[in-house]
Design a protein around this ligand. Structure first.
Ligand code: ZN
Ligand code: ZN
Ligand code: ZN
Ligand code: ZN
Ligand code: ZN
Length: 490
């Protein structure tokens, strides 16, 4: 191997070491505590290691940890000689003490091996195991202080979420309003962190803290998912949109309305029309102003109409319908816009005067019907009071026989619509059935509600059996004379 190659290999090894042990890369003497993972209830081992050790003969450390951890055992490294002392109590803070080393113990070694149990209800996340030491507590055989850096360790507890609940599962918000949802992950010691998502951000958005903001009318489902992605819960958010109603707000160019929440509706430009306040004549000037046809906003008030002979143009009548206003016949001056009721321009009228108001529908007392519904109908075809028929009982109008189908009818109690239905032919059945004791003979008429021609679709669970029995009986019509006549209800 060439020198170049060897130094390259060395560099590579150093690089790997640097990457693998970044905390010790500078070669500082360090007390390093393990970082381990655990589930609640686990027993885990944590080592305190001596790294980059220049040689020491005594160590006294103070170690702290939280209530979710219980320190069960401490085992000092016996290979390094000297003496060690177990603490009086294993409750945090714990003093770890090794002293009277016979010589400087050099090199890397494990100082103590600790066993912890993790509480069943331990909080999820990192539980630090921190160590400190004070001056004069770490020294060599010559009782010279040796500086050690500290790398604290931890037991990181992970608790698998079993579920997640939301503070609301159904939320109604007005457009623009906000509400913060709270997600509770079970069990309580699992990580409470969830990610939030809206399936329709155009309707409602949700931020990382669960704050829902209503954007526009509609429905959106907000879902909170646990950090492991395995559990989730949803809330349906219904957004009520702004409704812009009530008095118009105006400025010189536009009009708009407000929502009850105060939100300003879209601005729309005025649609101006000249309104004559005082018609001009051939002897006298008149006055007019412009007025928005939507909001009534006025401008150019007291505009003078020069005296002139009106030039009248006829506007033909357009009769009102049941669906829209019409107008009467009138005349309009092409020069000044004034309206007149007469072709001579003697009777000035306003725009309102020309309106032929929409004719209201007239729904008579008579019902109109089809097979399903009845309703009142206007002459224009508009329907009112549309409702399904309310039928009474079936009435058999013709009994079915073995050879001929029958018929029955029922009547809507509201409109009198009559529904007629065919009763199918009584099908012959071989007479091997036991003779029923409850049936009337085929020649004996029964009451409509119990008629044998009543098809078995009435929902009575006994009906099919009855039907079959009766059908069988009808074949025995010839023998009917011999059978006793009995009423079914006996
Ligand atoms: Zn609103
Ligand atoms: Zn307007
Ligand atoms: Zn005119
Ligand atoms: Zn009508
Ligand atoms: Zn009806």
């Amino acid at each position: 191997m060439s020198i170049k190659k060897a130094s390259l290999a060395l560099l590579l090894i150093v690089a790997i070491l640097l990457t693998a042990l970044p905390a010790f890369a500078d070669g500082d003497p360090t007390f390093a505590v393990d970082e381990v993972s655990a589930k609640p209830g686990d027993t885990v081992t944590v080592k305190i290691n001596v790294v980059n050790n220049p040689g020491i003969a005594s160590i006294k450390l103070e170690m702290t940890f939280d209530d979710d951890l219980t320190l069960e055992t401490i085992e000092y490294n016996k290979d390094i000689g000297g003496m060690s002392m177990l603490p009086q109590t294993n409750d945090s803070p714990v003093i770890l003490n090794w002293f009277n080393g016979a010589a400087n113990s050099e090199g890397d070694w494990t100082f103590a091996t600790l066993t912890f149990t993790v509480a069943d209800n331990a909080r999820t996340g990192e539980h630090p195991i921190n160590i400190t030491y004070t001056q004069n507590n770490v020294y060599n055989i010559d009782e010279e202080d040796v500086y050690f850096a500290i790398q604290n360790g931890s037991i990181t507890v992970s608790v698998d979420p079993t579920g997640v609940n939301l503070s609301e599962t159904d939320l109604k918000l007005h457009q623009g309003a906000s509400k913060t949802l709270t997600a509770t992950v079970t069990p309580p010691n699992a990580s409470q962190s969830v990610t939030w998502k809206s399936d329709h951000p155009n309707v409602a958005t949700v931020d990382a803290s669960g704050k829902v903001t209503a954007v526009s009318g509609g429905a959106a489902t907000i879902t909170a998912t646990t950090a492991d992605g395995k559990r989730s819960a949803s809330c349906v958010v219904t957004v009520e949109p702004h409704t812009f109603t009530g008095a118009y707000q105006t400025d010189a160019e536009n009009h708009w309305q407000l929502c009850a929440c105060g939100e300003q509706g879209p601005k729309t430009a005025h649609t101006f029309e000249w309104v004559v306040d005082k018609p001009a004549t051939s002897e006298d000037t008149g006055l007019k102003h412009e007025e928005c046809t939507v909001c009534g906003y006025k401008r150019n008030e007291n505009t003078v109409i020069p005296k002139h002979e009106h030039t009248l143009e006829k506007v033909p009548a357009n009769p009102a319908t049941h669906f829209a206003d019409g107008n009467i016949e009138y005349w309009k001056c092409t020069e000044c816009g004034q309206l007149f009721a007469d072709p001579e321009g003697k009777t000035p009228i306003s725009k309102e005067d020309t309106i032929d108001p929409m004719i209201p529908h007239t729904f008579g007392e008579e019902w109109t019907s089809d097979a399903t519904n009845h309703w009142h109908e206007c002459t224009c075809g508009e329907k009112s009071d549309v409702a399904a028929h309310t039928f009474g009982e079936w009435e058999v109008t013709k009994e079915a026989t073995a050879n001929e189908s029958g018929s029955r009818k029922r009547i809507c109690t509201v409109c009198g619509y009559e529904q007629v239905e065919t009763i199918p032919v009584d099908r012959p059945v071989l007479p091997d059935l036991p003779v029923p004791t409850t049936a009337p003979s085929a020649t004996s008429p029964a009451s409509p509600s119990t008629t044998p021609s009543d098809p078995p679709k009435t929902g009575d669970p006994a009906a099919p059996a009855l039907w079959a029995s009766l059908a069988g009986l009808s074949v025995l019509a010839a023998l009917a004379v011999a059978l006793p006549r009995r009423n079914k209800h006996e």
